[in-house]
Design a protein around this ligand. Structure first.
Ligand SMILES: NC(=O)c1ccc[n+]([C@@H]2O[C@H](COP(=O)([O-])OP(=O)(O)OC[C@H]3O[C@@H](n4cnc5c(N)ncnc54)[C@H](O)[C@@H]3O)[C@@H](O)[C@H]2O)c1
Length: 338
């Protein structure tokens, strides 16, 4: 990305903002952050770099053809990294059309504009949820079926279709697809499970753990993920897909993570409440094989140190997350834990 113009969609979001910072640090000539500023977008995530003359913010909607075309024409980016999406599974259950519009239509519109604009590298941010759940073993990149396949929620299904679209453009545009696992780190919207638990613990509230808590995810640090995306942008093979997720031994269940969290804050175990509520079709376990991105030199850090650093960040930055609490909590029906 050194010396290049990089357009990041969804750069005011959690993972996109970490990548904007990484692109600036990596010597980009200009980083254009194209973001609609949905409820999840917050430019305060980039307060530390917003004064950099190489940074520009453009408010725009990826599902609006004229807005996307205007941004591509105005900045002529060489590299485009597409994070923008509706991302919350619970929200997708009640608003599937919005998820289709942004995640599928928005991706198609952006791909068309980038192909027409001669973009040199397009990195599409997909998700491990496009594979659906897996009881044992790990999915390789080739294991994604065409279409919605085994993806369960409206969120996952929209991302599965967007992933197909991105790969279908490979003949017209040098596309690389990355499929990250469950991410965590600073500045994550407090509607997502881990930051929600942290802020509830800090505020003296119970921590709701859904079902039996035996759900398994590959917890991926946001800074490690930004490194993986930079690698994919610089050294990824056009037309290829890269799974990105660390393997943990033992694997981390939700209940193990919640117990670790309360212990790390010196709180009693009974702050954890197992709720009768569970997500409809809650996927038991996701697992991807990241051999391919490891082959490009990607090395994730120590997950427990990174989780501890994340807890410390939320403890020290209440002024960032407090304004988001009402919107974050408004979607939850696990009322027993309120
Ligand atoms: N967070 C995770 O654990 C995770 C895991 C796997 C994949 N992903 C993928 O990574 C990407 C980023 O996720 P995140 O957690 O940072 O999301 P986020 O919800 O924190 O941020 C999404 C950003 O996209 C913007 N946006 C929404 N609709 C838009 C539109 N129509 N046009 C332009 N901008 C729009 C929002 O304003 C926001 O800034 C998404 O594509 C998501 O599917 C996330």
């Amino acid at each position: 990305m050194n010396g290049k113009t990089v357009l990041v969609t969804g750069g005011a979001g959690f993972l996109g903002s970490h990548f904007v910072r990484r692109a600036l640090a990596g010597g980009a000539a200009l980083v254009v952050n194209f973001d609609k500023l949905s409820y999840a977008g917050d430019v305060r995530r980039l307060d530390d770099v917003s004064g950099d003359p190489r940074y520009r913010f453009v408010q725009g909607d990826v599902a609006s053809e004229p807005e996307v075309a205007a941004a591509v024409d105005a900045h002529r980016p060489q590299v485009v990294v597409h994070y923008a999406a509706e991302t919350h599974v619970t929200r997708s259950e009640s608003a599937p059309e919005l998820f289709h519009r942004t995640n599928v239509e928005g991706t198609r519109i952006l791909l068309e504009a980038c192909a027409a604009g001669g973009v040199e590298r397009f990195v599409h941010i997909s998700t491990d949820e496009v594979y659906g759940p897996i009881r044992q073993g790990a999915f390789a990149e080739e294991d994604k079926p065409e279409g919605e396949g085994s993806a369960t929620s409206p969120y996952a299904r929209s991302k599965a279709l967007a992933d197909d679209l991105a790969r279908a453009f490979a003949g017209r545009l040098p596309v690389v697809v990355v499929r990250p696992t469950n991410a965590f780190g600073s500045h994550q919207f407090p509607e997502k499970a881990f930051p929600r638990w942290i802020v509830r613990a800090l505020r003296g509230q119970p921590l709701p753990v859904w079902g039996d808590g035996m759900y398994v995810r590959q917890w991926l640090n946001a800074v490690d993920f930004a490194e993986a995306v930079a690698l994919a942008a610089e050294a990824g093979e056009p037309g290829s897909v890269y799974n990105v997720g660390p393997r943990h031994d033992p694997e981390i269940t939700n209940i193990a993570l919640a117990r670790w969290l309360v212990a790390s804050l010196g709180l009693p175990d009974d702050r954890i409440v197992m709720t009768a509520y569970d997500r409809p079709g809650h996927d038991r376990r996701y697992c991807v094989d990241a051999t391919r991105i490891l082959g490009l030199g990607w090395r994730p850090g120590d997950v427990w140190e990174q989780l501890a650093a994340t807890v410390a960040w939320y403890r020290d930055n209440a002024s960032w997350w407090e304004p988001h609490l009402a919107v974050a909590e408004s979607i939850y029906v696990d009322a027993a834990a309120k």
